[in-house]
Structure formats: C-alpha cells, structure tokens
Design a protein around this ligand. Sequence first.
Ligand code: APR
Ligand code: PHB
Length: 389
Amino acid sequence: MRTQVCIIGGGPSGLLLSQLLHRKGIDSVVLERKTKEYVLGRIRAGVLEQGLVDLMRQAGVAARMESEGYVHDGTQISCGDALIRIDIKALTGKPVVVYGQTEVTRDLYAARENSGGQIEFNVEGVTIHDARTDAPSVTFVRDGTHHRIDCDFVAGCDGFHGVSRKTIPDDVRRDYEKVYPFGWLGVLSQTPPVDHELIYAASERGFALASMRNSNLSRYYIQVPLSHRPDDWPDQTFWGEFKKRIPQGHAARLITGPIIEKSIAPLRSFVTEPMRWGRLFLCGDAAHIVPPTGAKGLNTAASDVHYLYQGLCQHYLEGSDDGIVAYSDKALARIWKAERFSWWMTNLLHRFPEWSDFDLKMQQAEIDFLRSNEAAQRALAENYVGLPY
Ligand code: APR
Ligand code: PHB
C-alpha cells in the first residue's frame, strides 16, 4: 500500500487531519487500534475554541455543530455561594461552542466515510520505520496478516499510550510531567443542565463542574481522591456531594435523575519535546496532556493539526518545507501556554491535600483578584476562548 500521509490513530486529531488533507487533494490512510464504536464510546470534554470551530468549517464538518452546539458568551466561577461571571464575548469578542468531543468525532467519521477515506480498524503491532529518511513506512498486523504502508510522512495521532511518541529515541526526546494528587469523577445524567452556562466551582469540599451536552443531558464532575473508584459513589452520594459544592441557589434547583455513565479520570500535565523527528510528527494527546480544567485537551490537539496541515499543504502545494521544519516549535509555543492555563485553573479551583493554610490564603486572594479585576478576567477569557494560532 502507498499513501502520502500515514496517520496513526483514529481519534479526533487523526480524523481531522485526514479530512482537512483530503479537502486539499492530499491522501492519507488512518490506522486505528480499536473499533469505531469503541472510539465513539469515550466521553471527553466539550468546549470548542474558535480555532477548532473554524477548522471544523474548513474541514466541511460543521453542520451539526452549528445547529446542535450551544454558543456560550460567558462562563462562571463560583466560590462558596459567590458567583463570578466571565463575559468571554465582551472581553474577547468571541464566544466558545459547547459541543461534545464524541459528536466532533462522530461528524469526522461520517465525513471520512462519505468521501471514501481509508480507515483501517483493529490494527495491531503498528511500527514506524525510517522516519529520518525521505521514505518512511509503517507496518501493522490485522486479522493475522502483515501489511506495509509506504508514505511521505507519518502523523502520530495515537494518543498518550500510542507508539509514535516512543518511536522518538530517548536521547532525542524530553518529557515534562506533573501528576495531580486527585482525579475527577464525571457523570452523564439524563437531566436538564442546572444552568445555561458552565459553572466551575471552587468549594471547601473540593472542585466541582457543571457542564452539559444538550437540553436533557448534563455532564457533572467532582474532584475525588485518587484512591476512589466509581463504585464508591452511588448516585445519591454523588448528587449529595455535588450539591454541597455548587452555590446554594443552584443546588436548590438542581434536577437529579438517571446517571448513565460514571467514571474517574486522573489529572496530569505532560509535554514531550520535540514534536517532530524527521518525517514523523506528533499531534494531540500523543505529545501532550492537560488536566481537564479549562477543556484544552481537544483544542490543543486542534492547533497541532492546524500547524501540521499548513506545513503539509506548503510541502505538497507550494513546494516549501518551511512549515514542516517549523512545526514542532510553532506547536509547542502554543501548547506551553495552554499547559500554563490548564495548570493555573487547576490550582485556582481545586483543594490540594498537601496545601498549607498559607497556600489556601493565596488561592483565596487569587479568586478575589479575579472577581474584582477586569484585566484578570480578560486574561482568563482570552485563554478560555483560545489563543490565536
Ligand atoms: N495504533 C493505532 N492506533 C492507536 C495506537 C496504536 N498503537 N495507540 C493508540 N491508538 C489510537 C487510540 O485507540 C485512539 O483512538 O489512537 C487514538 C488516539 O485518540 P485520542 O486518545 O482521542 O487522542 P487525540 O486524537 O490526540 O485527541 C485528543 O482526546 O484525550 C482527548 O483530551 C484529549 O480531547 C483531547 C483529544
Ligand atoms: C465537559 O463538558 O465535559 C467539560 C467542560 C469543561 C471542562 C471540562 C469538561 O473544563
């Protein structure tokens, strides 16, 4: 088999890249370890920055997002019963769009299928060869048969546990990591959202987040110790704790009901450098992870895809490799800022078990400053809506 760009991983990064390239006449093959149903079964954050909204439009996959997504002009932060509304639209001129990552991925699969895109599912043993030459290849096994794809470039869009990052030798690659001492218990409940905007709640009992998917599907989270399991949180226990962490007025009008999914995710900040090794490029979770506070996971993946897409278009359509050569530096410059924002927001809103009274006072002062200072609110809003590409 031969293709121009071999894309490893059929998550949002790989699919978006494949779809964008297709629209410019550049062909790719996507290799996915799991099934489509498995990929679509994963529930992830759902706040899209303007940059990703624009990319979805460029990729020709924006129709359902435009009709079903919720345009949010603001987001809220609560501290006890006090509520700070960050007017993102007034402060930056742009809104965010609340639309689940699962839906983004579903739309991308539909678009790839409609245009005859090649996606190989259930592949095993994916191995990248000769990434430092002009003729890389990728081998894999499916149903016991060995396959080989010759290509010009390899896009490593295979998430945190993929093979692409590990293909870059240890003496070339440097990893930066911070693991947080708590996780998020997330539930999906068939109930109307408690508010028309998101609420990020800093409470003495720990962080909580009220988010949504549609008018009868809410996504709620609470900070829990890493040792906890979903079974430690029967539905009634979850609702009881969630109510104690959000402002009283909201707790009083919260509609509780059937919880259809419940899981715990650890929080981690992670970046690998560089994001290019020869003709292998890392994109999305393969190269970096953010804690979910601020919903930057999918959005950072999107900015990588944007830079790589631009670089590949320059290569194929203009005969210049400048974009490809600059890919890692450009992507990382934006990634580190999104890492900083996610880390800052995590520190602003969570209870860290090891914190001293002094640390708690600093957190309180930071929230008070945010409440009273428009420049601080603007800084939050600019990061939340997404820094320019
Ligand atoms: N071979 C083929 N496919 C693989 C391999 C492999 N060795 N390893 C992993 N994959 C697949 C996974 O099964 C998954 O479907 O790569 C895909 C990677 O998808 P994601 O983990 O969703 O990563 P990405 O596409 O970069 O999306 C980033 O996802 O995790 C969130 O917060 C993150 O929202 C962000 C987004
Ligand atoms: C979500 O809706 O799942 C969500 C929203 C905002 C976040 C994280 C998750 O910061």
